[in-house]
Design a protein around this ligand. Structure first.
Ligand SMILES: NC(=O)c1ccc[n+]([C@@H]2O[C@H](COP(=O)([O-])OP(=O)(O)OC[C@H]3O[C@@H](n4cnc5c(N)ncnc54)[C@H](O)[C@@H]3O)[C@@H](O)[C@H]2O)c1
Ligand SMILES: C[C@@H](CO)CCC[C@@H](C)[C@H]1CC[C@H]2[C@@H]3[C@H](O)C=C4C[C@@H](O)CC[C@]4(C)[C@H]3CC[C@]12C
Length: 422
């Protein structure tokens, strides 16, 4: 694939339709673009290993990747991981509604890093960003279980946005799509059924009511159903979905919120959930690593991996949500008080319902949403842990970071970003 980018006159008619066939090769010359920029993409055989390969180092650097949501908590780790661990990368496009200033420092490296400010709900913006990319990693999404955003907006971003990404792949001839799904497409369900050390084939009654898991489940279904669709040029689209459990690590906003809450309460947090309720957690670096590996192996193992789902897992211990957080917040000076929940469960249910009621009454004026609501209480209070080796069997995944490294890195991040409570 060769991509040439240049600026153009805003008033010129656009886009012109062009096609070209080179002798002896199935060569497609495509012209795509939007108002801000245009691109000429010459795609040879539409594979990751074009026959027109050049020898030597140029052969190594030929792939164009697009990461949607590349400035989010997970997205930033995926972007950095790709730059470190994908030697075949030539251009990395980072697409996000809000671009981070840290992207600037990446632009001086050997890989061309292209920052694209855009909205996944705008089909034309997505198509322009996807055009000419070999692989799309779609992590952009609205993660909201606290009722800050309307259900309609969550649906628009997570479902319509994903549909736009799929259609863009089909229209522009991009063949490999990795979708960041969530454990929440499975559960916990509203009935509070435990999912104990489950894997991708464990039967579970997935019942979704909350807008966030509903949207993730619908979007995942769209991605999996798109596997095998013919993209521009006639070859099949290969898709798969990764389902992280609760991600933690550098940049984890909810961890930061718990830390700040603890500081406000004089270095103390109060146990609300029984220690026996286990919650699956996975380190952000390992989730990012899984994305890099899946993207890399998707072409070679298309028949095996296409249309598949994979839980994201590593060696993080199974613990309750609060005890797990204390692995990091403890060394930063916080204490979790109580070996049992300090408040009876019925009172928590009442408080959660009260929060939801207040939120509803005060909308849209409520500026900050409380963490405790009926949905978050149900999730935190239901055992949901995974135990699987599917990712290892299908694409050779092994966690890149041990539990000790993951823990140390997260502690350092909490300490350096927020200072210590001691
Ligand atoms: N955080 C977790 O524990 C967790 C667990 C499982 C799955 N996930 C999934 O991982 C993905 C990333 O989550 P995260 O925790 O990094 O969230 P995040 O909010 O930090 O990142 C999401 C990114 O998407 C971008 N975005 C939002 N709306 C957009 C739009 N309309 N157009 C373009 N970009 C848009 C945001 O600006 C943000 O940078 C999400 O799809 C989420 O559902 C997260
Ligand atoms: C009752 C409170 C007393 O301390 C604790 C509330 C904790 C909740 C705010 C969090 C418990 C479980 C979290 C969710 C889980 O880790 C998995 C998720 C999947 C992902 O796709 C998005 C984030 C989340 C829903 C995550 C959100 C926060 C919790 C509900």
């Amino acid at each position: 694939m060769l991509t040439v980018a240049a600026s153009r006159n805003r008033s010129a008619p656009w886009p012109p339709a062009l096609s070209l066939r080179a002798s002896g090769q199935q060569t497609l010359l495509r012209v795509t673009g939007d108002w801000g920029r245009w691109q000429l993409a010459t795609q040879v055989n539409q594979g990751l290993f074009p026959q027109l390969d050049m020898a030597g180092s140029e052969q190594a650097q030929k792939l164009v990747y697009l990461v949607t949501g590349g400035c989010g908590f997970l997205g930033e780790h995926v972007v950095r991981m790709l730059l470190q661990h994908e030697p075949r990368l030539r251009e990395l496009r980072v697409f996000d509604l809000h671009l981070g200033p840290w992207l600037e420092e990446l632009k001086t490296g050997p890989v061309q890093v292209t920052a694209i400010q855009g909205d996944v709900t705008q089909a034309h913006e997505v198509a322009a960003a996807v055009a000419g990319a070999h692989v799309v990693i779609h992590t952009a999404g609205l993660v909201d279980v606290f009722g800050r955003t309307s259900p309609e907006t969550i649906h628009k971003v997570n479902v319509q946005g994903t549909q736009n990404v799929i259609e863009a792949c089909v229209q522009t001839g991009t063949r490999f799509l990795v979708y960041t799904s969530s454990m929440e497409v499975v559960g916990p369900n509203i009935k509070g059924h435990p999912f104990y050390r489950g894997n991708e084939d464990t039967p579970y009654e997935a019942v979704h009511k909350h807008p966030y898991p509903c949207s993730k489940a619908l979007a995942e279904q769209l991605v999996l159903e798109a596997n095998g669709r013919k993209v521009c040029g006639g070859l099949p689209l290969v898709t798969c979905a990764l389902r992280p459990t609760g991600i933690y690590g550098e940049g984890h906003q909810i961890m930061r919120d718990f830390y700040r809450q603890g500081l406000r309460m004089g270095g103390r947090l109060f146990r609300a959930i029984p220690a026996s309720v286990e919650h699956g957690r996975v380190y952000v670096g390992n989730v990012a690593w899984m994305h890099v590996l899946v993207a890399r192996e998707l072409e070679r193992r298309a028949a095996l991996m296409g249309g598949q789902v994979y839980f994201c897992y590593d060696h993080s211990p199974y613990k309750s949500y609060e005890d797990f957080n204390m692995e990091f917040l403890g060394p930063c000076g916080l204490q979790l008080l109580g070996t049992r929940p300090l408040l009876p469960y019925w009172l928590l249910v009442l408080l959660a319902a009260l929060n939801a009621l207040l939120q509803w009454l005060l909308r849209p004026r409520l500026l900050s949403a409380p963490m405790l609501n009926p949905y978050t209480l149900a999730v935190a209070n239901t055992t949901f842990t995974v135990s699987t080796d599917k990712a290892q069997r299908h694409f050779g995944y092994k966690p890149l970071f041990s539990w000790e490294e993951s823990r140390t890195r997260t502690i350092l991040w909490v300490q350096t970003t927020e200072g210590s409570a001691r």
